[in-house]
Every structure is written in structure tokens, then in C-alpha cells.
Design a protein around this ligand. Structure first.
Ligand code: NDP
Length: 470
């Protein structure tokens, strides 16, 4: 039988769609799933694509079905399942074979697995895939980390299956070992911040302006035709416009306000902290999901604390909504600036040499945060020169100058109305902190020296100093 070009382990939501995408692009693929019945069911449902799919009952059969050197994609839950599969596949792999973890791995695990592979015959590749089920089937954004030789071996298949933005594939090799998974993690961190800030503007419209789901949906639909145009704004409008068929109520009004999280947002916040890079909007978004999960405690606290007394509003609702659009733009600039700053710091720390413009370019289609806005980020990095922070790149200075006054007003209004806007307000505080030439850390340094003799620098003299504390 004709050998397959590539193998795939794990025919769940992502794996099955990725396998169909690979077959559809003309590549013969061998597949294996832990629960064998799923493999036959998958092939039975693959229609004409089944001709290019080789179902395998065992991992030995899978390896034998692929043309060496054999690339095998693992699409199983992150963590132990990946190690379990590597423990079985590793000994079956020969020289030049490539085992590719395409799940949402923690990049530290990817670095460890890369080191472990150095003592074995196979090469290990950590590949971040974004775009959910639909992306996996029709074109995800793909962030690859590993050795360049492995990348060249799999490049054709990966570029073929990736989303295309104006014909350009949204997939790239980003650096060695954990580079791909790290970038995917930060993608998700930015996604958390983006979603949270969208939810905060929804909250102001719902609870501050008393607007209904459909009315708010129309606002997002309008925003999607402007500078906020993005997949997340588009789906927000669609979610808000959808009614529950049984009750006729907007579905969003029936959904429990407890958000789930699987770890990538939290990892982004942890890595930002470890690198000493402020990523306050991402951190606030992670914390907001945690707070959302404390439903019973929130209900109890709501019985203790009444909301602030209603304020007289002089501004027309339409103007408040227009301000929110700009506020969201300003918050978004700050949040993306934070995500890219974390990646820049990690790139130096791990010696990855991450290509920032390429990252922005491969996020323009296929992934969850896809938007026009990423084209502006790519252009800012492509313009050359050292960009200390996206907020000071010329194109963003102009946007920020137009938008930050509205962010300030919206955050202030939300505070007076007693509506939580943690991501928007921390984005504003980050912006104000970043643009403040003389901050207040002089006092922190004084306090630290007072209680711990930690020393400080003076503005009028060089060298370490201590204060004349009594
Ligand atoms: P699913 O739960 O849909 O599928 C999991 C697959 O892994 C199944 O085929 C399952 O096999 C298999 N599996 C589970 N545990 C083991 C194990 N211990 N050994 C071998 N196989 C195992 O997950 P998804 O497809 O959603 O996710 C896969 C990966 O992709 C995860 O890392 C996820 O974070 C990531 N991801 C998911 C996205 C999404 O939108 N869903 C988006 C981007 C990345 P069985 O049929 O036997 O249970």
C-alpha cells in the first residue's frame, strides 16, 4: 500500500479536523486513536477524503504506514497524555523521525521534551495551533518551535493546511524548542484580555445603560465594520443576537456567568511575572475569570453591598457607546503591547530570536484573535528600528492619542456606576504608568531602605545610597 506522508495520534475535536484538513490538501495521512472505535467511525465519516486516510489499529501499525523519516502529530490533551504517547512512540521512532506535539503544551514541558529527544533517535517539535474546531478543519494559525531541519521536513504540509491571509500562509517556524508553544500561550493570554475587555464594554451597556442583548449585539456589529474589526467582535455580535429556541430569550441571558479556563491565560500571566514584564490586562483577565467562578460568594456579597446610588448621566447613551468603542481600542493597544513585550523579553531570556512581525502576520487569519489590527502591528515591527513597546510605535501613538481619553472617561464612569472593568482599568493604569516620566517608586525605594537597608539610587549622585532614617 502507498505510504502516508504524515501520521496523527488523537482523533478528538482538533485531531480529527486537522486530519481531514491534511487529507483535503492532498496529503496521505495515517491515523490512530486510543479508543479504536473512534478511528473507524472517523474514517467512515470522512467521505471521499477517506481514500487518503490510513486507519491504524496500533501505534506500530501507524509507524509502519508512514514513509520515513516519519512526522507524527500528537493531538491529545496537554500534560501527561503527551508524555505517555511519547513513551510509546519514542522507542518506535527511528533516526530522523519527528514527533510533533500540536496541543496546548506548557512551553517548559516542550523544552524538557526537546532535551529528552536529544538522547533519543527522534526530533521533537512543539507546535501551537489556534483556531478551534473550524480552524483545524479549514485553516488554523500554526506556530512552530523546534530545530530548523525538522521544520523543513514538515513545512509543506503545515503551510498547505494553515489559514491564508491574502494568500500568505498563517504558519511559521518561530524558533527552537518551546518557541512555538510559548507564542501560542501568549496568543491565548492576549485572547483572554481581548475577550475580557469586550465583556466589560458589554457590562457597561447592559448594566449601566440598560441595553438589551440584541441592542448591544447591533453595537458590536457596527464596531466590527470599524477599527475594532476582528473575529472576536464578530462572534460577540452573533452570540448576542442569538435567541434560545425553547424560550425565545437571548441565549446570552440564560448562560451562567462563570467562565472556564484551561491554563494558557494563567501561564501567560505567570511567565510575564517570571520575566518581570508588566502584563496587567492579561493578568486582570485571568483574575476576572477566577472571580467569575466564585458565583456563590459573589451572590452573598451582593446581598451585603448595594450598588452605588444611581448617578445623573448628562451624556447621551449613544455618546457613551461611541466612547466605549474608543476605550476598547485603547485597551486593546495596551493589552497587545503587553503580550508582545512579554514575547520580546522571553525571546531574549531563552535565546529564541522570535520574529515579532512574522508572529503578528501569522495571527491575521486562522486564530481566535485574528483581526486587521494585527496587520498594523506587523507593519509597526516591519518598519524596522527598535520598538521598546507597541504603544510608542508611531502608528499606535496616533491611535492611542485618539482613544485614551475615551478609555479614561469610560473607566471613570464604570467606577462611579460600580461596574467592574478590571482589564480596561489596568490597561489604562499601565498606559499612564508607562508614560509617566517620574513615578512614585522613589517612595517605595525609601520604604525598602527604611525597613530592609536595601539601598537606593539618587537622582543627583551616582552609586548605591542609604537614607538618613532615624
Ligand atoms: P478532545 O478531548 O476532543 O480529544 C482528545 C483526544 O486525545 C481524543 O482523541 C482522545 O482519545 C485522546 N486522548 C486523551 N487522553 C489520551 C491519552 N492519555 N493517550 C492517548 N490519547 C489520549 O481534545 P481537543 O481535540 O479539543 O484538544 C487536543 C489538544 O488540542 C489539547 O492540547 C487542546 O488544549 C488543544 N487545542 C484545543 C483547541 C480546541 O478548540 N478544542 C484549540 C487549540 C488547541 P479517546 O478518543 O480515546 O478519548
Amino acid at each position: 500500500m502507498e505510504k502516508a506522508e504524515i501520521g496523527l495520534v488523537g482523533l478528538g475535536t482538533m485531531g480529527s479536523n486537522l486530519a481531514l484538513n491534511i487529507a483535503e490538501k492532498g496529503h496521505r495521512i495515517a491515523v490512530w486513536n486510543r479508543t479504536g472505535a473512534r478511528t473507524s467511525e472517523f474514517v467512515a465519516q470522512a467521505g471521499p477524503l477517506a481514500d487518503r486516510i490510513v486507519p491504524c489499529a496500533t501505534l506500530e501499525e501507524l509507524m509502519a504506514a508512514i514513509e520515513p523519516p516519519r512526522p507524527v502529530i500528537l493531538m491529545v490533551p496537554a500534560g501527561r497524555p503527551v508524555d505517555e504517547q511519547l513513551a510509546v512512540l519514542g522507542p518506535l521512532a527511528g533516526k530522523g523521525d519527528i514527533l510533533i506535539d500540536a496541543g496546548n503544551a506548557n512551553f517548559h514541558d516542550t523544552q524538557r521534551r526537546t532535551r529528552e529527544a536529544e538522547g533519543a533517535d527522534y526530533a521533537f517539535v512543539g507546535m501551537g495551533v489556534s483556531g478551534g474546531e473550524e480552524g483545524a478543519r479549514h485553516g488554523p494559525s500554526i506556530m512552530v518551535g523546534g530545530d530548523p531541519a525538522s521544520w523543513h521536513r514538515i513545512e509543506k504540509v503545515i503551510l498547505d493546511i494553515a489559514a491564508k491571509y491574502e494568500g500568505e500562509p498563517c504558519a511559521a517556524w518561530l524558533g527552537p524548542d518551546g518557541a512555538g508553544h510559548f507564542v501560542k500561550t501568549i496568543h491565548n493570554g492576549i485572547e483572554y484580555a481581548d475577550m475580557q475587555m469586550i465583556a466589560e464594554t458589554y457590562g457597561i451597556m447592559r448594566d449601566g445603560l440598560g441595553m438589551g442583548a440584541h441592542e448591544i449585539g447591533k453595537v458590536f456589529e457596527g464596531w466590527n465594520r470599524g477599527r475594532l474589526n476582528s473575529y472576536l467582535i464578530e462572534i460577540t455580535a452573533r452570540v448576542l443576537a442569538t435567541d434560545d429556541p425553547q424560550t425565545g430569550t437571548p441565549v446570552v441571558d440564560l448562560i451562567l456567568d462563570k467562565a472556564g479556563q484551561k491554563g494558557t491565560g494563567r501561564w501567560s500571566a505567570i511567565e510575564a511575572q517570571m520575566l518581570g514584564v508588566p502584563a496587567t490586562a492579561i493578568e486582570a483577565a485571568v483574575a476576572a475569570r477566577s472571580l467569575s467562578a466564585m458565583k456563590e460568594e459573589r451572590e452573598a456579597a451582593a446581598r451585603i453591598y448595594a450598588p452605588p446610588a444611581p448617578q445623573a448621566v448628562a451624556t447621551a447613551a449613544a455618546d457613551i457607546v461611541a466612547e466605549l468603542e474608543l476605550a476598547l481600542l485603547a485597551g486593546k493597544i495596551a493589552a497587545y503591547a503587553q503580550g508582545f513585550a512579554v514575547m520580546q523579553a522571553a525571546s531574549v531570556e531563552h535565546g529564541w530570536n522570535l520574529p515579532m512581525a512574522t508572529i503578528a502576520r501569522i495571527w491575521r487569519a486562522g486564530c481566535i484573535i485574528r483581526s486587521q489590527f494585527l496587520g498594523s502591528i506587523a507593519a509597526a515591527f516591519e518598519a524596522g528600528g527598535e520598538i521598546a513597546n507597541l504603544m510608542v510605535a508611531p502608528a499606535f501613538v496616533e491611535m492611542m492619542n485618539q482613544a485614551h481619553p475615551a478609555l479614561r472617561i469610560s473607566v471613570g464612569r464604570a467606577a462611579l456606576w460600580g461596574l467592574p472593568v478590571p482589564a480596561l482599568s489596568s490597561a489604562l493604569a499601565y498606559f499612564d504608568g508607562y508614560r509617566q516620566a517620574r513615578g512614585t517608586a522613589n517612595l517605595i525605594q525609601g520604604q525598602r531602605d527604611f525597613f530592609g537597608a536595601h539601598g537606593f539610587e539618587r537622582i543627583d549622585r551616582s552609586g548605591p545610597q542609604h537614607g538618613p532614617w532615624a
